[in-house]
Design a protein around this ligand. Structure first.
Ligand code: CP
Ligand code: NVA
Length: 350
């Protein structure tokens, strides 16, 4: 297995392009299967009486911050394999009363089979992983949101390589489970936050260009930029990256424009200052007039109107935001298979 020895899912920096593409391929397959089941055209493995690979397994879910997509996808995805989930919100466990992360991790991991955690600083999820006896999945930190990046990459494959699953043996991709992405221009306009960090450490390695516009004071983390630069420029099939303060420069010839909230969870006190300093960064048709005529819009959600207007956000010709959100389910399922089955060389249940 390409994943033998993989213990946790904390950031996509830890995964090679081949590994990432295995996860995307499996996510695309799961979407096909589950879409057919929901349309009544196929039976689920459980309905067919097959052994559920996670039956009697429990997923502990620590959430120190709110969530809609991550929670729903994580619970629905785990349930598909016959397992049960345990939601541990901020007000439910002793962690918020001051119990140490280390102790929390030792105790919870002694009783569950996998731990998914949405915490504050990235070091917190690293601490959980360090002391956990079971796999830990990062469900968002201030620095990275790898589950979101997987769903975004999956959505790019659906948009630009819709036949990717049937191109398995194309001669140019002999060692890859899917072809690399075409040289798309992906433009980020907004905060240098966890979402763009996760895109920067993946997309250039998969062949796409990334251009980033952030206001002064809201740059991406230097170590993330350094990593992306090292892995992006100079390579044959790799994408290029660039940085600017000017949204119109970033979106020039863009195939896709991506943004996110200007006020991430935990930054609520800075709201007024941020709204003022992000002036001019709202994604609109006017701002994007230099993009490719058929440019698409992406956003991890939840969305506020200040960063993208309704014309763009609700335009079905542009916006793929709800497709991205749905893809959160299939991608977290692929991560479960990786950590619980592939990494252990256990058989994948159909
Ligand atoms: N995109 C995302 O992670 O959304 P939630 O905060 O609703 O989980
Ligand atoms: N950048 C946002 C993403 C929410 C899914 C946050 O961290 O709050």
């Amino acid at each position: 297995s390409h994943f033998k020895g993989t213990k946790h899912f904390l950031t996509l920096r830890d995964f090679t392009p081949v590994q990432i593409l295995h996860l995307i391929r499996r996510s695309l397959e799961l979407k096909q299967q589950i879409t057919a089941e929901r349309a009544g055209q196929a039976l689920s493995p459980l309905a067919k009486g097959e052994i559920a690979p996670l039956a009697s397994k429990t997923l502990g879910m620590i959430f120190s911050k709110k969530s809609t997509r991550t929670r729903v996808s994580a619970e629905a995805g785990w349930a598909y394999y016959g397992g049960s989930t345990m939601y541990l919100g901020k007000d439910d466990i002793q962690l918020s009363g001051g119990e140490a992360l280390r102790d929390t991790s030792v105790v919870i991991s002694s009783m569950v089979d996998c731990l998914l955690a949405r915490v504050g600083e990235h070091e917190e999820v690293e601490t959980l992983a360090q002391y956990s006896s079971v796999p830990v999945i990062n469900a968002l930190t201030a620095k990275y949101h790898p589950l979101q990046a997987l769903a975004d990459i999956m959505t790019l494959y659906e948009l630009y390589l819709p036949d990717a699953l049937s191109h398995k043996s194309s001669p140019s991709s002999t060692s890859l489970p899917l072809p690399l992405l075409p040289k798309l221009n992906i433009a980020w306009v907004g905060d240098g936050n966890n979402i763009i960090h996760s895109l920067l450490v993946t997309l250039p390695r998969l062949g796409a260009n990334v251009s980033v516009a952030t206001p002064k004071g809201y740059d991406c983390a230097p170590d993330v930029v350094e990593y992306a630069e090292e892995h992006a420029t100079g390579g044959d099939e790799r994408g290029e990256i660039s940085f600017t303060r000017d949204p119109e420069v970033a979106v020039k010839d863009a195939d896709v424009i991506v943004t996110d909230t200007w006020v991430s969870m935990g930054q609520e006190k800075e709201k007024a200052k941020r709204l003022a300093e992000f002036k001019g960064y709202q994604v609109t048709e006017a701002m994007a007039k230099g993009a490719k005529p058929d440019w698409k819009f992406m956003h991890c959600l939840p969305r506020k109107p200040e960063e993208v207007d309704d014309d763009v956000f609700y335009n079905p010709e542009r916006s793929v935001v709800f497709q991205e959100a749905e893809n959160r389910k299939y991608t977290v399922m692929a991560v479960y298979e990786m950590l619980m089955l592939w990494a252990k060389d256990a058989p994948v249940g159909k």
